[in-house]
Write a protein that binds this ligand. Structure first.
Ligand code: ATM
Length: 239
């Protein structure tokens, strides 16, 4: 499990040492239409230009098996999906994704950029569906083998703005998009509560800003984070 150890001298943080896999897991989270997928692509391009080895991936999905679970999850069939069924499908996809794609990439020293990860389960299935958040945390740990994001970028914006953006871009409405405004509002509140609880891991961005401004904000936070963890993280050994 990638872990940063914070060394403290006289109460001051003086450095971070890595234990476990050499790579870094950065997750991007947010409600619908928050622009996170665009930011994954921009951040990946930027980091590659700077010489880092980067893997872009997403959840649910990221492997052929997990992508087929994604299709099942997002398709509307007329049959109401029980929240527990939804949760277990998401976790099944996650365990496959972590074992087959994320963990090996981290072991090779890559920066993994994942569009949604464990916080989405807490926000959507916990705050949105009303399942127990403590239980979901334990299930997340089971699915990931304890792997946690090193840094999470949360793109926050009003629900109406996000959903309107999706309609404006003519993006196909999936089963979850069609949930009530109340559901999406609870999800948004969930993400913000998670961020308030873990301010060192989760950085919150104003998703109403333009994609360019957001990309600059993201770049400065990620660069600072990588500097703290050591410049060589995620770079090929010979660079
Ligand atoms: P994207 O549209 O961001 O790819 O996400 C697909 C959906 O999966 C998204 N729903 N909408 N609307 C959120 C949902 N999802 C969960 O409900 N829980 C999870 O743990 C994950 C990873 C995604």
């Amino acid at each position: 499990m990638p872990t940063y150890f914070r060394t403290r001298r006289g109460g001051e943080q003086v450095g971070l040492k890595r234990k476990g896999p050499r790579g870094v897991l950065i997750t991007l989270e947010g409600v619908e239409g928050s622009g996170k997928t665009t930011q994954v692509q921009r951040l990946a391009r930027l980091l590659r230009e700077e010489g880092y080895r980067v893997l872009e991936t997403r959840e649910p999905g990221g492997t052929p098996l997990a992508e087929s679970i994604r299709r099942t999850l997002l398709k509307s069939t007329g049959e109401r999906m029980d929240p527990r069924c939804e949760t277990l499908l998401i976790l099944a996809a996650r365990s496959q994704h972590v074992a087959q794609v994320i963990k090996p990439a981290l072991d090779e020293g890559a920066i993994v950029l994942c569009d949604r990860f464990v916080d989405s389960t807490l926000a959507y299935q916990g705050y949105g569906r009303g399942l127990d958040v403590g239980l979901l945390r334990r299930l997340n740990r089971f699915a990931t083998g304890g792997l946690e994001p090193d840094l999470s970028l949360l793109f926050d914006l009003p629900i109406t703005t996000g959903l309107a953006r999706r309609r404006h871009n003519n993006l196909e409405q999936n089963r979850l998009d069609r949930e009530s405004r109340r559901f999406h509002t609870a999800v948004r509140r969930g993400f913000l509560e998670l961020a308030a609880r873990e301010p060192r891991r989760i950085a919150v961005f104003d998703g109403t800003k333009s994609a360019e401004t957001l990309a600059d904000d993201v770049a400065s936070i990620v660069r600072r984070f990588l500097r703290r963890g050591g410049r060589t993280i995620g770079k090929p050994a010979d660079s």
